[in-house]
Ligand binder design. Structure first.
Ligand code: NAD
Length: 498
């Protein structure tokens, strides 16, 4: 059986004593083993990245960009293979995997503009014969730790920009869906990234803890669940590192009485059930303003759900694949039971779904709850599955109070034809990414991505302009070349232009 290993200093290795099984979630068959890096293995990767740093830092940005242009081409020519790797381990439908990869490629395209993005700020004559500028220097060795649900895209949020800025990198992908990130890293080396500049270690907590505490690592980007994000942020910053840690979510969509309900229902189907609800930007709560809206919306959603095709992700005719693991399926089933117990009304129950030929897969049909209230477990927790909760409120204000009081603040959206309501909503909602008639407001690659509240620990958002700042440090230089030479005698007052 194939063992998925590490990529250290340009060489693939898998010598660790610990391994874990990688499963196909459509069948529960073991399809590979993944090596779990020991501390020593991770330290080898860090050492390789540190050794490669001085030469890479001094490589002109335009040359770094040329490698990324070649890398982008390789991603495109290998897209089908990458999507198969994603689907086989994650379960999402191939077309959805292609969407994920395309979003990742857009981050590479943005990083190709690095000579422009790294331009500093310059001021001439800040004093007599004195010029000042700010430049943005790389940090050194950076690390990325990524989740299972976007196994190709989230690593591409991180390392292309980090290395474009002149850093070297150690990536630790999810051990549950490791193959696509490794294959993509190998394509990076094929495109011309020098050995040691990009390294990848597979592993679990032992690998993460090594990255968080090793003094050679300067910065850590993390994406995953909120408890781990908080742990990564606290441990990494206590160890003196720059850290951005993106966590979980509970994303609400507000449906106003004047909304185009057909469009809203269509949009909600994709946003709630696409990728089996395993997206940090999935809409998991629909807040209907008025009972009439709620009743009509539920009617439309039920009709759509009845037509939803659930099955193996390798069959692109399906809309929704399986959940990542049996344990995750059981966790979601227990949330559904809890929702019923706490008084919500399960109007569509997907628990009895059987997929012919895939009886051992982790399949769950779409579920729809009505009359969900604040305080219920299914409203409080991120379920991360195909479960959409409908809440009924009387006013937009009431909807916004529910959203603003929630511990998460990743994404939200409003469906309306009223520009004033939309503007009021986007101005006052305490959420990092807002959609207006757009259900999944994931920013494009040249804007930055990030939630508020307990959806993000740290300041700078992912990818886009913020990532250039995250992966560089500012240096301000003040320079004087007086015509008369530098020996003017000592000056004791604080220098100014007065
Ligand atoms: P996870 O937190 O279980 O794992 C993420 C990473 O952390 C993995 O690489 C894993 O190996 C590592 N890890 C897990 N437990 C650890 C521990 N105790 N100590 C150290 N490292 C540990 O997350 P997941 O289940 O892979 O991904 C789903 C979660 O990620 C959801 O909560 C989802 O909302 C979130 N997510 C957030 C965003 C975002 O941008 N905010 C994007 C995608 C996913």
């Amino acid at each position: 059986m194939n063992t998925i290993g590490h990529l250290i200093n340009g060489t693939t290795t898998a010598n660790d004593s610990r391994q874990q099984e990688v499963m196909n979630p459509s069948t529960s068959a073991v399809i590979a083993k993944v090596a779990l890096a020991s501390r020593a293995t991770v330290e080898d990767a860090i050492a390789a990245a540190e050794a490669a740093y001085p030469a890479w830092r001094d490589t002109p940005p335009i040359k770094r960009a040329r490698i990324l242009f070649r890398f982008k081409e390789l991603l495109e020519t290998n897209a089908d293979k990458i999507c198969e790797l994603i689907t086989r381990e994650h379960g999402k439908v191939l077309g959805d995997a292609m969407g994920e990869l395309q979003r990742g490629i857009e981050n590479v395209e943005y990083a190709c503009g690095i000579p422009e993005l790294l331009k500093g700020e310059h001021s001439r004559n800040v004093g007599p014969g004195i010029d000042a500028w700010s430049e943005f220097q790389p940090l050194g060795v950076c690390a990325g730790i990524t989740p299972f649900n976007f196994p190709a895209m989230v690593p591409l949020w991180m390392w292309p920009m980090a290395i474009a800025c002149g850093n070297t990198f150690v990536l630790k992908p999810s051990e549950r869906a490791p193959s696509s990130a490794l294959f993509i890293a190998q394509l990076g080396l094929e495109a011309g990234i020098p050995a040691g500049v990009l390294n990848l270690v597979n592993g679990d907590k032992e690998a993460v803890d090594t990255l968080l505490t090793d003094q050679r690592i300067q910065a850590v980007s993390f994406v995953g669940s909120t408890p781990v994000a908080e742990y990564v942020y606290r441990t990494g910053t206590a160890s003196g590192k720059r850290v951005q840690a993106f966590g979980g979510a509970k994303n609400h969509a507000v449906i106003m009485p004047d909304a185009d309900l057909d469009s809203a229902a269509n949009a909600l189907m994709g946003a709630a059930y696409g990728s089996c609800g395993e997206r940090c930007m999935a809409i998991s709560v629909a807040v209907a303003v008025g009972d009439a809206v709620a009743d009509a919306l539920i009617g439309k959603l039920k009709a759509h759900i009845a037509k939803l095709k659930v099955g193996d992700g390798m069959d692109n005719n399906n809309d929704m694949g399986p959940l990542i693991s049996r344990a995750h399926l059981e966790k979601i089933r227990s949330y559904i039971a809890k929702g019923i117990e706490e008084g919500a009304e399960l109007v569509v129950d997907g628990r009895d779904l059987k997929v012919t030929g895939f009886e051992d897969g982790n399949f769950l049909g779409a579920c729809l709850f009505d009359k969900v209230k604040e305080g219920m477990t299914i409203h409080r927790d991120e379920i991360f599955g195909p479960v959409l909760c409908v809440m009924r409120v009387r006013t937009l204000q009431e909807a916004m109070e529910i959203i603003n009081a929630h511990e998460y603040g990743n994404g939200t959206c409003i469906f309306t034809r009223d520009g004033e309501a939309a503007r009021y909503f986007s101005d006052n909602i305490k959420v990092g990414m807002v959609g207006i008639n757009v259900p999944l407001p994931v920013p494009v690659a040249y804007h930055s991505f990030g939630g508020w509240k307990r959806s993000l620990f740290g300041d700078l958002h992912a990818y886009g302009p913020d990532s250039v700042r995250f992966y560089t440090k500012r240096k301000a230089v003040t320079q004087r070349w007086p015509a008369s030479g530098l020996r003017e005698g000592a000056q004791f007052n604080f220098p100014s232009n007065d």
